[in-house]
Design a binder for this molecule. Structure first.
Ligand code: EPU
Length: 418
């Protein structure tokens, strides 16, 4: 078991190159199964979720080859099985995109229910509703999602919630559906757009991704193609919040600043100084940041995936802040761990009240999920003394060796094996 050990040190300084987006990559890799051809995907983050996904793809019959550390070639020509019941499926959420890809290409899919971080109930009813509207019979049977259709036909689908997963899954499945599919109340996250762009490179006809109405005109064939993944909005935000929390100065490079608008706006409101260029943002923190209120929302709102990191930052602001989590019903499990560092946070349902101006002190803590782990890293960097973070495997699911980037910024942080 590995731990991350941090000797708290404020004022991180320097530059970080942001990796490709995890949540785009984990959609685009399974989407490649929809094409009976060869796809090359570049700017992939080297993280555990990708390792699990590549394992599942390989067992399904894809030939996967890393051309280099961040470029993956996937040859899906030889896929004949529509059943994905491997252990790796349970390790991540995004394995459910194999349902859309297999159903679209073969008219049938049997995929184990996905895993992923535990934020309370994470239903997939909107995915199933979409597949059914396209003409598939869908059921959950013995822990498997089973979908089957003699033929998929375009349909008008209104999502009850603007779900990222349902939007992408229905988009992938409907690529071959005869006629036009319209997804209303679609999620607008950058990775939805990225997946649509990837499908279009392969010959799909997807329009409107990034708005709340997506139209997909069915095609009869997808060819292969090369695609470069967008930068990771959440990794970028994590380092921006780290700059603020440690009263340092960090430049995040290789990013799309527009994707960061909600985060930049909050940091400015708190009193950070931001400089923005075409593909970078510099965040300069200070020791006297103001408390703010934050409501997590679907894009372009403040991302739920930065809520734990923001909570940690607000512990050192002047005054009382309120966070309202509107996306997931139970995403505050990490607060117990944060309190071990001296953070004063009370939680009532979806609301967290943070008493700022805390003096954090190092402690032994455990990551309860991926972004919670990142929040504890930020907490450890701000705390006096030594913080020992267990369950590092969660952090590795979404950050490529987070400690190395933090070290380059001057942090006293290391990974140790038990
Ligand atoms: N929802 C339903 N029914 C559905 C699907 C979703 O009610 O069929 C609800 C969920 O319970 C939740 C809300 O809709 O309350 C939004 O869920 P969404 O489907 O958008 O989330 P997801 O697709 O399961 C992705 C990311 C998450 C990120 C959320 C929200 C991937 C693999 N995961 O999850 O990323 O938090 O969107 O932006 O893309 C992370 O990276 O740490 C992470 C958890």
């Amino acid at each position: 078991m590995e731990h991350i050990v941090i000797a708290g040190k404020r004022g991180l300084r320097g530059e970080v190159n942001i990796n490709g987006a995890k949540n785009a990559a984990v959609a685009i890799i399974p989407a490649a199964v929809a094409s009976a051809s060869v796809c090359v995907i570049d700017n992939l983050p080297h993280i555990e979720d990708i390792v699990s996904l590549v394992d599942a793809m390989t067992k399904l019959g894809c030939k996967c080859r890393f051309i280099n550390r961040n470029t993956l070639e996937i040859d899906s020509t030889g896929v004949t099985s529509v059943t994905a019941d491997f252990d790796s499926i349970k390790k991540l959420r995004a394995s459910y995109y194999l349902v859309g890809a297999l159903l679209g290409r073969f008219g049938e899919a049997q995929v184990l229910l996905p895993g992923g971080c535990n934020f309370g109930t994470r239903p997939i009813d909107q995915h199933m509703k979409g597949f059914e509207a396209l003409g598939a019979a869908v059921a959950i049977d013995h822990g498997m999602i089973k979908a089957k259709a003699a033929k998929l036909t375009g349909a008008h689908i209104y999502l009850d919630v603007a779900s990222v997963g349902a939007t992408i899954n229905i988009m992938i499945a409907s690529v071959y559906a005869e006629g036009t599919t319209v997804i209303e109340n679609a999620a607008k996250e950058p990775h939805v757009v990225d997946c649509a762009n990837f499908l279009n490179i392969l010959g799909a006809r997807v329009k409107g991704a990034g708005t709340d109405t997506i139209r997909i005109k069915g095609v009869t064939e997808l060819h292969g193609g090369e695609y470069t993944i967008i930068p990771d909005q959440i990794e970028c935000g994590t380092f921006m919040l780290t700059a603020a929390a440690t009263a340092g100065e960090i430049t995040v490079r290789n990013i799309i600043p527009k994707h960061m608008d909600s985060v930049s706006a909050k940091l400015s409101e708190m009193g950070c100084k931001l400089t923005e260029g075409s593909d970078f943002i510099t965040v300069r923190g200070s020791d006297s940041l103001r408390a703010v209120n934050v409501k997590t929302m679907a894009y372009p709102g403040f991302p739920t995936d930065l809520q734990p990191q923001m909570t940690t930052l607000l512990c050192s602001a002047n005054g009382t802040s309120i966070i309202t989590e509107t996306v997931f019903d139970n995403r505050y499990q990490y607060i117990t761990e944060l309190r071990r560092l001296g953070c004063q946070v009370t939680v009532d349902g979806r609301i967290a009240v943070i008493e700022g101006h805390n003096r954090l002190t190092g402690a032994s803590v455990t990551a309860t999920d991926l972004r919670a782990g990142a929040a504890l890293v930020i907490g450890g960097l701000c705390a006096e003394g030594v913080t020992d973070i267990g369950n590092v495997k969660y952090i590795d699911r979404g950050y490529e060796r987070i400690e190395l980037n933090m070290q380059r910024l001057g942090a006293d942080i290391k990974r140790v094996s038990e």
